[in-house]
Design a protein around this ligand. Structure first.
Ligand code: HEM
Length: 549
């Protein structure tokens, strides 16, 4: 290359670098004021704390850091970018109140969800997201959940049948995480998609396996997905698609495979459902979980009036299906596994639940299969067990938000800056990643009391300390942040709670649960997931000893 060519290459590259780098540089300058916020020291300038916080072994570190530094924590990231983890209730209320239209999931996350799944709630933002959410909300209402509880109950009974066939001896060691994972996948399959993943003895499809790979793979691509919004703005879709095909980076290739597999299967299921729908409602009732699954309800709505603005396009439906499976399965099964682990460690709690359930079924002279949605919600001790597990062990420890404008967040509890200065409010520059510190809120001593780290279902059976109400935690459920709050809160939390109530009831009435001798460690893979210490598998593991009753 001659000098002239070099110069033109440099002249072409410089503006590109400026476009990419300038917002980053400007943000870091504005973030200088945040350097006073307390937080752990980064171990490297290049990676900040991202390895400590996001590696598979990050759970103990997260648990320590997210509760140690108070309501606002500085967490340095890539090349000195300052992230904040916020658990101060007033600052959170301001994010969900005054700044509700500003703070949203980071664009890189929304775009990556859209790129992989082609739409769905988590792949949309702004008006498109609120429109989708408004149209989806009714199918997650208690009205439809009432219809789903019999499905959950049937799946639970089928699972217990399979488990009883395999467990005949007292104290048999069983991989309960595997059974629970089948239960929650099948519940979402039947109740949300009107689709079965097969008999519970041997369960799962390429579709479900591809979705399971998503969490660990996206964590590996974390660093690179920050560039996605820029790449999508600059390069045509066909170039990016070509790039994704030829770049020999294993996690990228795996993600491409996940995307192809998930979309092809979702389309296939949708096509089958469409054909059934065209044959008429009656056939659909018989073939697709009685036509009461979420996607069938949306399709029936579409079929009534395809021009109605509240109809979903086929593209949207495909996105919703995969997004639902992704959001609904591992979250619920991990929380169920946590609950079973606690029950195994607390035989007194099991006994109390069993007595409550026996009382509830003998009152109506029937079995668990006869309990409906309302009966399952009227079991105060089981309810307390679930609330306490959800408080102490939220599936997601943090959820990220970014505002495109500068914001000022007032603090309920002033924090002491590194220079000793007391800070009553926080000036957050536009573009700064704010982590909603779910774990920190749920375990705040000043809110929950000195025993906040203990698993104590009883705390929910007496009036909660006044400090809980006084804190005014933004929350959709039980004063906790587990399902976050606001426009991106978990749309399926009632679905998850209903599933949990049903399976726990079946397990406790059929088995005595005891811990196994194996040590369990919780690893990060998007959400915290259990495994046996030293095990290499990425599958959740929770061996327990079961004795049939
Ligand atoms: C115990 C189980 C569950 C937990 C802990 C949980 C937690 C969460 C959290 C924290 C978010 C917000 C994430 C963020 O803002 O970054 C979320 C969003 C979401 N969840 Fe759940 N979830 C659970 C079960 C479910 C179930 C069963 C479904 C569906 C049937 C579901 C569907 C969704 C959807 C669609 C979103 C995205 C909402 C939006 O972007 O508007 N979740 N969930």
């Amino acid at each position: 290359m001659n000098l002239q060519m070099w110069l033109s290459v440099i002249l072409w590259i410089c503006p590109v670098f400026l476009v990419v780098l300038w917002p980053q540089i400007r943000r870091r300058i504005k973030q200088l004021q945040l350097r006073n916020v307390p937080g752990p020291s980064p171990t490297s300038f290049w990676n900040g704390l991202s390895k400590e916080l996001h590696s598979p072994f990050a759970v103990p570190y997260r648990e320590k850091v997210l509760t140690l530094y108070g309501g606002v924590i500085r967490l340095d990231d890539f090349l000195g970018d300052v992230h904040l983890a916020i658990s101060d209730p007033l600052a959170l209320a301001t994010i969900f109140g005054k700044y509700r239209d500003s703070y949203d999931t980071p664009e890189s996350r929304i775009r990556s969800m859209r790129t992989v799944f082609g739409g769905g709630l988590t792949g949309t933002k702004g008006q498109e997201h609120s429109d989708q959410r408004r149209r989806l909300s009714p199918v997650f209402s208690v009205r439809y959940l009432r219809e789903m509880v019999p499905t959950f109950n049937r799946v639970a009974a089928e699972l217990i049948h399979v488990m009883r066939g395999a467990i005949t001896q007292p104290q048999t060691e069983v991989e309960i995480a595997e059974y629970i994972s089948r239960f929650s996948l099948e519940c979402v399959g039947r109740a949300a998609l009107g689709y079965s993943f097969g008999p519970l003895e041997k369960h799962g499809t390429d579709y479900s396996r591809a979705l399971k790979e998503f969490g660990p793979t996206i964590v590996q691509l974390n660093r690179w997905r920050a560039f996605l919004p820029f790449l999508q703005r600059v390069f045509p879709r066909s170039w990016l698609r070509f790039g994704a095909e030829v770049i020999p980076y294993e996690p990228l290739q795996r993600m491409r495979g996940i995307s192809d597999s998930v979309n092809a299967t979702a389309r296939q299921i949708l096509q089958q459902k469409k054909e059934t729908l065209q044959k008429g409602d009656k056939m659909m009732m018989q073939e697709l979980g009685e036509g009461k699954d979420l996607i069938a309800i949306l399709m029936q709505h579409n079929a009534k009036d395809p021009n109605d603005i509240s109809s979903f396009s086929e593209e949207d439906l495909v996105g919703q299906m995969s997004m639902l499976l992704l959001q609904a399965t591992d979250t619920t099964s991990t929380t169920l596994v946590r609950t079973v682990q606690q029950l195994a460690l607390h035989p007194d709690a099991q006994l109390r639940m069993r007595e409550e359930l026996t009382e509830a079924t003998s009152r109506i002279g029937r079995t668990l299969l006869d309990l409906d949605f309302d009966s399952f919600t009227q079991l105060p001790y089981m309810d307390a067990v679930i609330r306490e597990t959800i408080r102490l062990y939220p599936g997601f420890y943090m959820a990220s938000r970014v505002s495109p404008e500068d914001t000022v967040l007032p603090l309920r509890n002033p924090i002491q800056g590194k220079n000793g200065e007391l800070m009553n409010e926080l000036h957050v520059p536009a573009g700064t990643t704010v982590w909603l510190n779910i774990f920190g809120v749920n375990r705040d001593k000043t809110i929950w009391g000195p025993d906040e780290a203990e698993w104590k279902p009883e705390r929910w059976l007496a009036p909660l300390p006044a400090t809980v109400a006084d804190a005014r935690i933004p929350s959709v459920y039980s004063n906790t942040m587990t399902f976050v709050a606001g426009s991106r809160s978990c749309i399926g939390y009632n679905f998850a709670l209903a599933e949990m109530r049903v399976l726990l009831a079946h397990l406790v009435l059929n088995f005595e649960i005891a811990p196994s001798d194996k040590e369990i460690v919780w690893k990060m893979s998007g959400i915290a997931s259990p495994s046996v210490k030293g095990s290499k598998t990425t599958k959740p593991e929770m061996p327990v000893r079961l004795t049939p009753i």
